[in-house]
Design a protein around this ligand. Structure first.
Ligand code: SAH
Ligand code: SF4
Length: 357
């Protein structure tokens, strides 16, 4: 269960440079009897240049490259399968070194690109509407496996870091159930000498682990926070999100009221609309009241159907009514048009469908 830590990636005999931070790279070069300066060159190659093989490290001598190759792996997550959608987004299945598969999505919107990332293999939270939840938890992703999804997608789609890249942890897994690796990945992703992604361009979405939210709030710098609210009464939320039986709506609201926000920062409230379960106009009113308690914006997400879930998406008419109701109460609201729906868009669905094939 999620009150226990998830298993970690089992280390192999050879270390993997992909995912090492500067301190670890320094230890690596020291063990090889090299100057600490080489660690900076390795760091540059890994995170600024996003090199994927030792041959590409032309900033190092050939003999050193050969020694590195003999001792250390350089294994970023590999793109095992990609599915391009008519709307321009591409869903990728990433193969990890131990055979685990997770998903990421590349979503270009004009000049900016959003990458949706996974934080765990499967998920322990057991939300009943979610394909990943149905898989259960396999293990945590390491920091290198988390940051590596960004490296792999930027390499596959030919982006420079100068283009605006937003990251959202809305793929597989509960990021706050893997907070140590998540924050190490956050440091790799935001390092100005490496990938250089601004902290405020990174959003972590949680199902509502209060202790994790509090730990995240104490981190500086930290990513932005999104909460998957998904229901407006404890009765319904506990039915579809078991975590609500531990931290209910009032516990969440008081935690978010005291979350230390930067000026102008707002917490995103994600709200999956399940037809006839969580999409009533009364839900809309309670959602507006919840969102008014702290600086928030609401993102309505029509349910993305998948086999065996037993839920249905709301009508377009109801989505419009709820949008109008929230906006009428002064709440900033947007609707997430599930991108890549034709390629098994919502979290966990591509990997789950592959697993069945
Ligand atoms: N575990 C985290 C982040 C991953 S889930 C969390 O729950 O917040 C990312 C978002 O996808 C969540 O808001 C979740 O409620 C939503 N989601 C999951 N399955 C979905 C589905 N079938 N259709 C629409 N949204 C879904
Ligand atoms: Fe896990 Fe999020 Fe899916 Fe819930 S919605 S099962 S927390 S991935």
């Amino acid at each position: 269960m999620w009150d226990q830590p998830a298993p970690e990636l089992r280390p192999t005999v050879r270390p993997n440079a992909a995912g090492m931070d500067l301190a670890e790279l320094k230890a690596l070069v020291a063990a090889l009897g090299e100057s600490p300066f080489r660690a900076g060159q390795l760091h540059h190659g890994l995170y600024r240049m996003r090199w994927t093989s030792w041959e590409q490290f032309t900033n190092l001598s050939k003999p050193l490259r050969a020694r590195l190759e003999a001792e250390v792996d350089l294994a970023w997550p590999a793109i095992q399968e990609s599915a391009a959608s008519g709307d321009g987004s591409t869903k990728h299945a990433f193969l990890m070194t131990d055979g685990a598969l997770v998903e990421g999505v590349h979503m270009p919107y004009g000049k900016r690109t959003t990458l949706c990332l996974s934080s765990q293999v499967g998920c322990a939270m057991g939300c009943t509407f979610c394909a990943t939840g149905l898989m259960g938890i396999k293990r945590n992703l390491s920091a290198g496996e988390i940051a590596g999804q960004v490296v792999a997608m930027l390499n596959a789609h030919g982006h420079g870091t100068e283009e605006a890249v937003n990251l959202v942890f809305m793929g597989m897994g509960e990021p706050l159930h893997n907070l140590d690796n998540l924050m190490k990945a956050f440091a790799l992703l935001t390092d100005p000498k490496g990938l250089g992604i601004a902290p405020w361009r990174i959003t972590v979405s949680t199902s509502g682990l209060v202790t994790g939210i509090q730990r995240l709030g104490a981190c500086k710098p930290r990513p932005r926070l999104a909460l998957s609210l998904n229901a407006t009464t404890d009765d319904y939320r506990s039915r579809i999100m078991p975590v609500n039986r531990v931290w209910n709506l009032e516990a969440l609201a008081t935690t978010l009221e005291t979350f230390p926000l930067e000026s102008g920062e707002r917490i995103t409230l994600e709200y999956v609309l399940l037809k006839d379960v969580t999409d009533s106009l009364e839900d809309g009113k309670r959602l507006a009241a919840f969102a008014a308690r702290f600086p928030a914006k609401v993102n309505l997400i029509p349910f993305n159907p998948h086999e065996g879930s037993g839920f249905e998406p709301p009508t377009e008419e109801r989505v419009g009514e709820l949008c109008g109701l929230l906006a009428g109460r002064g709440i900033t609201v947007s609707v997430r048009r599930s991108r890549g729906q034709d390629v098994a868009g919502a979290c966990g669905q591509l990997v789950r469908e592959r697993g069945k094939a």
